[in-house]
Ligand binder design. Structure first.
Ligand code: NDP
Length: 496
């Protein structure tokens, strides 16, 4: 669910996908010819306004994709919710029931009920996360090795570098501390409150997601945070879905992208899981081993995200995608309600796996996590110091490359060809997928519903591979081809 990109190839021709890079002529000395050869106008190249990161010529296929994201995706969380609350988590039963009684009255009768109280609770949750996101980070002073506080983001297409207040770990810890204090001491609200009001919260999350999309769209037109980084494709549908502003902000402190992904999205993930576990305890008198395992595996992933929040600033989400429905609605609705499907399923079906299955799934999850994390870590270490980097006991091997950015400047870069990056080109995704499979396997083999996450992640990451490789091809030209020739597999060595 990510935007397509825009490329200007070596001839300056826009060809649809990828960053707006100009490939270097590998027969030139790499730099001076290109940097001198590209005329500049007010810091921008002769290709017009600085455009970087996604398509501005929208074709029919892209529009169809946007329509699906806008109108199709919102049906999924609701469908799965109805499936579990009314049809024993059976997708087939739900499908049949929906199509047998497809009329407005039935539709209205299955839509979750909302109340003023659930609205206030949901709004308070978002407000609490906003407050936490504005606090200065204290943890980086006390936890050695943790990179929090003010951190620099990547260079934006217009050449800006934004500062980010990295305090996600602190927000996560404070939120969970409150949850545990409430659960075991205060009991102001039921610890399974999310489970009991899942449907209502989903409606409010949708209201927030849609409202934020409209707000961002209007803001992009009327008062953007950085006009140079805005993109207008000429298509209302595309701009509404994929966003106009690159880094919309309120003041210097509140960054929409960082906030939405991390707080209503990822902090919420573990809170929802805990709520499901609590529901199991109050309903069946025990918490199943599968639920404990799932909570552990997903908590590791979430904690990893917050521990490495500064690294997240350099990923595709932040340094590539614009802020529209895709991110705003996706973070408010898709992430919390679709990434927690396994927990929802286990709340209804408390599968007991037994020690052997638990151990095997744990092993799969941890190996997946290890590959995911160490692949990302190798790239980070390498990019920070290509010459001095040692991977798996040997000096890192790499291909030197260069590229030209939209403002006409030449830059040097390098592609790692040893370590995980020499095994396949996207081993971080492979690790991620192994972890995703482990989450799904926690639910046993009774139903397909909890496996939807695995299907979704595979589609997401394979699509991401194509987007990213298209972009890298445009950016590095034949240097990228050299890398592809040297490391021929994308995801699974020997297979794909
Ligand atoms: P990557 O971290 O893989 O970054 C891709 C970029 O890395 C390329 O565009 C290129 O950028 C650079 N690169 C590619 N090959 C090499 C190489 N051989 N050596 C050095 N640099 C290279 O992609 P993402 O930002 O998509 O993913 C980040 C993490 O987030 C992943 O681990 C992924 O699994 C995870 N993720 C999780 C999701 C979820 O929903 N759970 C969703 C999406 C991602 P350049 O050269 O321009 O620097």
């Amino acid at each position: 669910m990510h935007s397509s990109d825009t490329i200007v190839n070596g001839n300056g021709k826009v060809n649809g996908h990828g960053l707006r890079w100009r490939q270097n002529d590998s027969h030139s000395n790499g730099f001076t010819k290109e940097s001198n050869g590209v005329p500049r106008r007010n810091g921008k190249s002769h290709f017009g306004n600085t455009q970087w990161g996604r398509a501005w010529s929208v074709d029919f296929r892209t529009l169809l994709g946007c329509m699906f994201v806008l109108f199709g995706c919102p049906l999924f969380p609701m469908f799965f919710h109805i499936s579990c609350t009314r049809h024993d988590c059976s997708l087939l039963q739900t499908f049949t029931a929906v199509f047998d009684n497809l009329n407005v009255t039935t539709f209205l009768s299955v839509i979750p009920q909302i109340s003023v109280q659930t609205g206030i609770i949901y709004a308070s949750w978002v407000a609490w996360q906003v407050i936490l996101s504005l606090l200065p980070d204290v943890l980086h002073y006390v936890i050695p090795g943790y990179k929090g506080g003010w951190q620099k983001g990547a260079v934006t297409p217009a050449g800006n570098v934004d500062d980010y207040n990295i305090n996600g770990l602190q927000a996560w810890l404070l939120t969970h501390l409150l949850w545990f204090l409430n659960a075991f001491k205060w009991r102001i609200f039921s610890p399974s409150i999310v489970f009991h009001n899942m449907g209502a919260f989903m409606i409010f999350a949708n209201i927030f997601g849609y409202s934020l999309t409209v707000f961002s769209f209007v803001k992009g037109h009327l008062f953007p945070s950085c006009a140079d980084d805005c993109k207008f494709s000429g298509s209302f549908i595309y701009d509404f879905t994929m966003g106009i502003e690159f880094n919309p902000r309120i003041g210097k402190l509140f960054d929409f992208k960082l906030f939405c992904n991390g707080r209503p999205g990822i902090v919420c993930w573990t809170i929802i899981n805990l709520s499901f576990a609590w529901y199991q305890k109050e309903t069946y008198g025990f918490v199943s081993d599968s639920m404990i395992l799932l909570n552990m595996l997903q908590a590791i992933y979430v904690l990893d995200f917050f521990w490495n929040e500064a690294w997240y600033l350099k990923t595709i989400d932040i340094c590539h995608d614009h802020f529209g429905f895709y991110l705003a609605w996706g973070d408010f609705v898709w992430l919390p309600f679709m990434y927690t499907l396994q927990g929802l399923y286990l709340a209804y079906y408390p599968v007991q796996l037994g020690t052997v299955k638990c151990a095997l799934i744990l092993l799969l999850g941890l190996v997946g996590y290890f590959i995911f994390r160490s692949t990302n870590y190798q790239k980070d270490r390498f990019r920070a110091n290509p010459e001095g980097c040692v991977i798996w006991g040997k000096k890192a091997q790499y291909i030197k490359c260069s590229y030209v950015s939209a403002d006409g400047r030449c830059h040097q870069s390098s592609l790692l060809t040893s370590g995980w990056w020499g095994v396949a080109r996207h081993m971080n995704y492979t690790g991620d997928l192994m972890g995703s499979l482990a989450y799904c396997m926690c639910c046993g083999a009774g139903h397909i519903l909890p496996y939807f996450y695995m299907i979704y992640m595979t589609v997401l990451l394979v699509h991401r591979i194509y987007r990213d490789e298209h972009r890298c091809q445009a950016k590095y030209g034949e240097h990228w081809q050299k890398y592809v020739a040297k490391v021929s597999y994308r995801l699974v060595p020997g297979l794909y």
